[in-house]
Design a protein around this ligand. Structure first.
Ligand code: FAD
Length: 489
């Protein structure tokens, strides 16, 4: 291990949740292992947090980026607790915990017990007007059709039509999965975006049987569980940004260089790394560098030092989207608003991808006489929408909401936030591609590490898990005797 007096320098590029969580973990590990470590985070924009951004507007919290996270993936809630923010955790409201799907110009409730792509409760499924009788029979065939998982990856479209038929794909999976990734189900990888369902087919021969088995296990765990239980999605009272704000406070502002875009990476003769920034070439040499930037950005930085890694990273496609936050008077709706939101299949030929009734989901996101809605637009299927002006995007979102929710008046306020090149696409072969990238990076760029939403999951807990794993690997590398010798020689 490192001579404890020896100083280690590690750079983290990107101050989104991944970069901040990685820097925090590096500092925590250094403290417990008695290492003398300096971490510097480089961030191209003038604020930390990346796509996470919560602001007070009209006397309420407005979420411009993510509004919640899954509690079933533990890394998110665990970090929140470790940072002392547990008291601010909020579950989703218990009323109206359901989703709707646009179908033939109207909103239909997703049948109770429907999990992403398959039903788990018979009566609500049979009674649901969302699917035709032929569609329901085809979906039920999953229970008896033998498993015929291909040896290699397949697209989401292929997996879902194989198990459940086209109606399930077009009415539910395309808008749901396509909505999370703002992607194209004919290109997205089933193994990377629906791993638990692929595994259910492999293990149980049927996704529905797999879901029923998982439900039975969860119910028995609930009966014996003790301690705090969270709803499936959680947020923070003052917005998701309180998580990145807290990380920023602990890391220390002096260790985060804002408005400092990293352009290039160079290797020194002693196997250390130098960063060229838009502002200047940094003289400081780093023992290791973590890139917590989207793959496409990392590809650009590595173009000169390692063209092969750069080329492989560029193959991870990325999409852009916009979020429009709208506030309405409650009395202006001709709809009971008895759900958390709705998704819009591409077959509906509308502009919006989804609408989240954020004031139904979490407390205090709007005054009691008002309704706050977040509308998603753009993505792989409609990138041209992002060229429109903010006013036009607000009008477009309002027109589609009026169509489905019978609005009688214009919004009280509207805020638009664009997310250019922010949503990685886990297309066919994604897992194999990532494995290869990680392996050649380790071989050809020792001391360079990759983390973030481009690789092993796009949700906030996935990014945190990726950051913590990468920080541990970085410390292990940088403090190994061989590397200490080479960096000190
Ligand atoms: C609109 C939207 C809604 C979402 N909703 C949810 C949700 O509700 N729940 C959920 O779990 N997930 C959600 N996600 C996904 C999740 O928020 C993201 O995957 C995650 O926050 C990404 O974090 P990151 O740190 O990996 O990347 P980013 O947040 O993109 O951070 C990367 C950082 O790197 C910086 N950077 C880029 N290039 C350079 C460079 N050359 N030099 C220095 N810095 C650079 C960028 O400025 C940025 O700050 C959503 C994403 C979006 C866009």
């Amino acid at each position: 291990m490192q001579d404890k007096k020896q100083s280690l320098n590690i750079a983290v590029v990107g101050a989104g949740i991944t970069g901040l969580a990685a820097a925090y973990q590096l500092m925590t590990l250094a403290k417990t292992e008695g290492l003398n470590l300096q971490v510097i985070v480089f961030e191209s924009s003038d604020r930390a947090g990346g796509v996470i951004q919560s602001e007070k507007r009209d006397d309420r919290i407005v979420e411009f980026g993510p509004d919640s996270m899954l509690s079933t993936k533990p890394a998110g809630v665990e970090l929140i607790k470790e940072l002392g923010l547990e008291k601010d955790l909020i579950p989703t409201n218990t009323a109206n915990r359901r989703s709707m799907v646009a179908c033939g110009g109207k909103l239909q409730t997703l049948p109770e017990g429907f999990v992403m792509l398959a039903p788990t409760r018979v009566i609500p499924f049979l009674l649901s007007p969302l699917f035709s009788i032929a569609g329901k029979i085809r979906m039920a065939l999953d229970l008896v059709s033998p498993s015929n998982l291909p040896k290699d990856d397949e697209t989401v479209e292929s997996f879902v039509t194989r198990r459940f038929g086209r109606e399930a794909l077009e009415k539910v999976v395309q808008p749901m999965v396509g909505g999370i990734y703002v992607g194209d189900v004919s290109k997205l990888s089933a193994r990377a975006t629906l791993p638990q369902f692929v595994e259910m087919e492999r293990k149980f021969g049927s996704v529905i049987r797999g879901l029923l088995a998982r439900g039975a296990v969860e119910r028995s765990q609930e009966r014996t569980a003790s301690g705090a239980r969270y709803s499936m999605f959680v947020s923070l009272k003052n917005g998701v940004q309180s998580l990145t704000d807290q990380l920023e406070r602990i890391i220390g502002s002096e260790n985060i260089e804002r408005a400092t875009e990293v352009l290039n990476l160079k290797k020194t003769s002693s196997n250390r790394w130098i960063l060229e920034c838009a502002t200047a070439v940094r003289k400081q040499e780093f023992d290791a560098v973590i890139f917590a930037t989207p793959a496409i950005k990392t590809a650009k930085i590595l173009e000169q030092v390692e063209p092969l890694v750069s080329q492989k990273l560029s193959a991870i496609e990325i999409a852009s989207a916009a979020v429009v936050n709208l506030l309405y008077k409650r009395e202006d709706f001709d709809h009971p608003l008895d759900a958390f939101g709705f998704v819009v299949p591409s077959s509906e030929k509308r502009s919006i991808l989804a609408a989240s009734l954020i004031s139904n989901k979490f407390p205090d996101r709007a005054p009691s006489d008002s309704v706050a809605i977040r509308v998603f637009l753009g993505g792989v299927l409609q990138p041209e929408l992002l060229k429109r002006s903010d006013e036009n995007l607000i009008d477009t979102a309002h027109a589609d909401l009026t169509h489905y929710l019978g609005l009688k008046s214009k919004p009280l306020s509207g805020f638009v936030k664009r997310y250019p090149d922010s949503m990685p696409q886990y297309n066919l072969g994604h897992q194999a591609r990532v494995e290869e990238i990680m392996s050649i990076t380790q071989d050809r760029l020792p001391g360079v590490f990759l983390a973030g939403n481009s690789y092993h999951g796009v949700g906030i807990p996935d990014c945190i898990a990726s950051a913590l794993r990468t920080a541990r690997a970085t410390i292990e590398y940088a403090s190994a005797p061989l590397n200490v010798e080479s960096v000190t020689s």
